[in-house]
Design a protein around this ligand. Structure first.
Ligand code: NDP
Ligand code: GUA
Length: 486
């Protein structure tokens, strides 16, 4: 099945959104956007650079005063409308997302709902940006703390969640009274532009939200060096995140970094194995394994190891690999051939060092960038797959004996984003949650993402939290007023 006809063709844009206008690149150059399932070109978007990025920043600055001056309730009303428009157009937005990213259409519509939930949530939070009063340190002093928007913010977002990674940042920024320039991934810019169409329709004023597509290094260079930008929020690879932090140092910008992960998924010997299998399927194979919170290493305790592997294998064998618009598709293509080659290398390295291929392990006949859902058992810390973010549908299984061993192995990584475990002993549940050095822990669940909870990592997985009441704080400055009443 090819991409269904859109109800609203105007959602598909091939121009960028700057200062409330839809514009081409100064050079007229474009980037082709392709469908990873077929390699076909879907559309083009402008190949912009530093000059257009600078103009977008200027537009965001010009719009900032008026936007920040509005009440939280006024901003909330516009965000609410944007949320409703996203929900109303979920099928079209999901279709654009599937066409450029590959994930099954059902999953894509789920991402649109998830993306919209951040706009709803932060719109509600806009009304609750509270300050505080502090008892004075002298008789004539009154101490008041209030919060103000950070100012112009930039968001650089990845291809694996082309909608949600934008709204998680833009929702918080706009609710706080900030304005924003977005640079979406070049592989998935169409969803970002479609979101801008709906933002404009919802009444987001010109310049409050801007989107520039094109050269990552030149646009990124402008966003990180321009002194008007006060904050950069990035989701993507740890390598680029580190680069952006360095670039932001010169103008001492705030940064929020949501970077790579290497999530442990622990199955203790008292776990409900069927529930653990379902949790592993949800966590590992969602988006064909291409999320930073995907289970990356499955640790299974001795006594239940064989039973778990058998059950998981039976379940993985049922997963339907198909193009995203095919009925019942569960595993779509990987984003590109580089991703396929990376996954292949990791599997080959593990097997060459003694791991056992339990199921899958090769490219899938559906098309060039499809990879079979795979399980590899007998994995050890000597193998590449133990340390690298797989970003593909491969589950490496590691056998363990006791709690201390699995805590040490789980934490043996520079990453610290998400971790999962299954087990029932209440003492061990608590000990495990405390022992794992990760920002997000799923206990007896494989799905931890929600707009109401703080999402973010420790160590080289980054800093800052998105979603929840903490998410808006990243876009607020604290100002303290010391008032003498003498
Ligand atoms: N934490 C997460 O959610 C993600 C992690 N990853 C990890 O990273 C690996 C590589 O994926 P990849 O897509 O290359 O991730 P990147 O980190 O390269 O891309 C993420 C975003 O950063 C932009 N970018 C790239 N280089 C620069 C730069 N020099 N300055 C400013 N912005 C830049 C990209 O733009 P452009 O698209 O134009 O290059 C994109 O918008 C994956 O295999 C996975 O392991 C990837 C995506 C998300
Ligand atoms: O991979 C990511 O960066 C985002 C994870 C999606 C989510 O669960 O929020």
């Amino acid at each position: 099945m090819t991409m269904p006809d859109l109800t609203r063709l105007d959602l598909l844009r091939n121009a960028c959104f700057v200062g409330g206008k839809w514009i081409a690149a100064d050079t007229g150059e474009v980037i082709e956007v392709t469908n990873p399932a077929t390699g076909e070109t879907i559309s083009t978007v402008p190949r912009m650079g530093a000059d257009e990025a600078a103009r977008a920043i200027a537009a965001a600055e010009a719009a900032g005063t008026n936007w920040a001056a509005r009440t939280g309730k006024e901003r909330a009303a516009i965000l609410r409308r944007w949320y409703e428009l996203m929900r109303d157009n979920r099928a079209d937005l999901g279709a654009i997302l599937t066409a450029e990213q590959g994930k099954p259409w059902e999953e894509a519509k789920g991402e649109i709902d998830y993306a919209a939930s951040f706009i709803e949530w932060f719109g509600e939070e806009a009304k609750r940006v509270y300050g505080e009063t502090i008892p004075g340190h002298q008789r004539d002093k009154r101490l008041i703390v209030f919060k103000q928007p950070v100012g112009v913010c930039a968001a650089i977002t990845p291809w694996n969640f082309p909608a949600a990674m934008i709204t998680r940042k833009a929702g918080a920024a706009l609710a706080a009274g900030c304005t924003m320039v977005i640079k979406p991934a070049s592989l998935t810019p169409l969803t970002a532009l479609a979101l801008c169409v709906l933002a404009e329709e919802a009444g987001v004023p010109p310049g409050v939200l801007n989107c520039v597509t094109g050269s990552a290094a030149t646009i990124g260079g402008e966003l990180t060096s321009n002194p008007t930008v006060r904050k950069v929020s990035f989701t993507g690879s740890t390598e680029i995140g580190k680069e952006l932090i360095k670039q932001c140092a010169d103008t001492v910008k705030r940064t929020s970094m949501e970077l790579g992960g290497n999530a442990p998924f622990i199955v203790f010997d008292d776990a409900d194995l069927d529930a653990a299998v379902e949790g592993a399927i949800a966590s590992k194979y969602r988006n064909a394994g291409q999320t930073c919170v995907c289970a990356n290493r499955l640790f299974v305790q001795d006594a239940v190891h064989d039973a778990f592997v058998e059950k998981l294998t039976a379940r993985v064998a049922t997963l339907k690999v198909a193009q995203g618009f095919e009925e019942g598709a569960q595993i779509g293509p990987l984003i590109d051939m580089a991703a396929v080659e990376k996954v292949e290398t990791l599997v080959l390295d593990a097997v060459s060092q003694g791991a056992t291929l339990v199921i899958g392990g090769a490219r899938h006949g559906k098309g060039a960038s499809f990879f079979q859902p795979t399980i590899v058992s007998g994995v050890t810390p000597a193998m590449l797959i133990f340390h690298e973010e797989i970003f593909g549908p491969v589950a490496p299984i590691i056998r363990f004996k006791d709690e201390n061993e699995v805590f040490a192995m789980s934490n043996d990584t520079p990453f610290g984003l998400a971790a999962y475990f299954y087990g029932r002993d209440i003492g061990r549940v608590y000990r495990t949650a405390e022992a794992l050095d990760f920002g997000i822990i799923g206990a007896n669940t494989g799905l931890i993402s929600t707009e109401v909870a703080p999402f973010g990592g420790m160590k080289e997985s980054g800093h800052g939290r998105e979603g929840s009441s903490h998410g808006i704080e990243d876009y607020l400055e604290i100002k303290y007023l010391c008032l003498s009443i003498a």
